[in-house]
Write a new protein. Sequence first.
Length: 276
Amino acid sequence: MTVGILAHLLGTLPYAQLAEKVAEHRFSYVQLALSKAIADIDFSLGKLSPGLASEIGGAFADRGVRIAVLGCYASLIDLNEDNYRYNVDRFKEHLRHARHFGAPIVATEVGSPQDPSRLAQHAALLDRALEELVEEAERWGAVIGLEAAQGHLIDTPETLAAAIERFPSSCVGVVLDPCNLLNGRTLDDQDRVVDEAFRLLGPRIVSAHAKDLVRAEDGGVRETAAGLGQLHYARFWEKLEAQKPHGFVTLEAVAVPQMEAAARFVRAGREAARRG
């Protein structure tokens, strides 16, 4: 079974060096956030081109590594119009060039509300952004991967399902991170939360993230590497492999010394789930 890595967890490096390092750690694919991961290229808005994307994608492919997902994590609900416009245009640029990287998916969390008293405005901005982005994704044959996260406007399976219902295009999918759906209040109720996520979102999953959670001293949670926390991963793998066999699973929240063990944990768990 395969496993990938957020590329920038191996450092911010020249792209050829980064590709080599990913291959040395035996990851099959990456989620690549360009500005976070690549040190020797200016990725300012307007700089991407088919040639540049192909050059970077080719460097990874030559080493046997695919770019599964482009990460374009920028707020789609920013109340500042200039920031909002920049973020939407940058995401559209990623969608236009994704295929030249060899990446089928461009992923994001939608952003945290700056002003909780203006949630209606934040929600209206998200719908406005998604209307543009869905049109762009359909034009260029890319998939938008929406990810829920605590503290964001989309923070639960229900809010993510509602967004997809408003934009039912086949170009809108889900990046499922079970840990992002949980907090200190819900960690002990995780089976219900994760089951509901698969019920509402299962057919739309295009990628998954693997990290773990442990109970913090203050009663909240803190992140750690997959296999070192309290997430019920055997249950999660069973549901994921039944719903989306051989899907992308990318490690998060893992330090370099932990990567080999975390990757082994994911591969073994997925294989056990497939064997039943």
